[in-house]
Design a protein around this ligand. Structure first.
Ligand code: TXA
Ligand code: MG
Length: 324
């Protein structure tokens, strides 16, 4: 198992240990408000290679580069006025912007999968403090084996990757619980590449622009990580369940019981009070628990698709998609 340092009781030690391991070109699992990330020095190709290796991730998939603040981000990417306005409003936070990369950036092409754009995010909390101390961008995908459920706690990370990494920083459960919302501004139009922890309606309210979804934008899969099967538990997943059959786990929403749930292996509610923010924060942890209950299938009751529900339903569809 990996060494786990509690960042709430020992923040300085956590940052010192993480900087030391990162400087040796090794990955460190770090807490962010969205999910736990597997971070490595974005300027060091061996370090980036170890992220791909540890996750078993396809090489073609670009990684998000994390920055301490907007000022640091500007050293690596070119901001158009709309992206800048969005960054100023929502960073630090659960937002990634895909931007043209600056020619003089030390971010290694391997972190960008050779693209001339870079995905940048400024996280809150201890991750932000670590970035300021390390003073270099950190590439960090979610700290899980590729295709599996994203980790929202240090325990999830240790159970999945503990044998492969040296250090995990622990800040308790992730507050948002879903990966960042990914946006890309092209010719004055905002494109949604991945729904996530930042409500798209807040971006529309700020900018007065409609955020274009993939279908309306006529785009192909712009974020190559958006593979159909993703976030998958090891058991099967059934969506829009209106009842439960024996041997299934049930994950419901809004406190409404379902017929047959007394025969479920476990019954969990994403938010008994129908709060989508709470549901997002609980989603991956509940999937882990349902998966561990020995169920032959996880049945999900419907979740409203408004606000953060768009990102929740996106993750549910990927969890239910046919596996290769
Ligand atoms: O919340 C998050 O974003 C978490 C935490 C750890 O920060 N990170 C995360 O990273 O979800 P990852 O690597 O699992 O997801 C990266 C997504 C992928 O879909 C990838 O294809 C897309 O971002 N992406 C990264 N750079 C891109 C680029 N230059 N152009 C298009 N998509 C990009
Ligand atoms: Mg991921």
């Amino acid at each position: 198992m990996a060494e786990v340092v509690d960042t709430i009781t020992h923040p300085e030690e956590a940052i010192r240990r993480a900087c030391e391991v990162l400087s040796r070109g090794l990955p460190v699992a770090i807490p962010t408000e969205t999910v736990y990330g597997l971070s490595a020095d974005a300027t060091n190709p061996e370090a980036i290679g170890r992220i791909y290796e540890t996750k078993g991730r396809p090489r073609f998939n670009p990684l998000i580069c994390h920055m301490a603040d907007l000022e640091m981000a500007e050293q690596h990417a070119v901001f158009d006025p709309i992206s800048r306005k969005i960054a100023e409003a929502f960073w630090p936070g659960p937002l990634t912007l895909v931007l043209p990369v600056r020619k003089d950036t030390p971010i290694h092409p391997l972190a960008r999968a050779g693209l001339d754009t870079v995905g940048i995010r400024v996280p809150t909390g201890i991750a932000g403090r670590l970035l300021a101390a390390f003073d270099r961008p950190l590439a960090a995908p979610s700290a899980n084996t590729s295709g599996r459920i994203s980790p929202t706690s240090a325990e999830h990370v240790n159970a999945d990757l503990g044998e492969k990494i040296e250090l995990i920083l622990d800040a308790g459960p992730a507050s948002v619980g879903l990966e960042s919302t990914i946006l890309k501004v092209v010719d004055g139009a905002i494109h949604l590449l991945r729904p996530g922890g930042l409500n798209v309606a807040d971006v529309e309210a700020l900018t007065g622009l409609v955020v274009l979804r993939p279908a309306s934008a006529g785009a192909t899969i712009e974020a190559p990580g958006m593979l159909a099967s993703h976030y998958a538990p090891s058991t099967g997943v059934r969506l829009n369940a209106t009842d439960v059959t024996p041997g299934e786990a049930l994950i419901r929403f809004g406190g409404t019981p379902l017929p047959g749930e007394d025969k479920a292996t476990i019954v969990l509610d994403l938010s008994p009070g129908s709060d989508l923010r709470e549901a997002a924060a609980n989603l991956f942890g509940h999937m882990q628990k349902a998966d561990a209950s020995g169920a032959r299938c996880i049945a999900f009751a419907p979740v409203p698709a408004t606000g953060l529900g768009e990102a929740i339903n996106d993750r549910l569809e990927r969890a239910a998609a046919p596996r290769n």
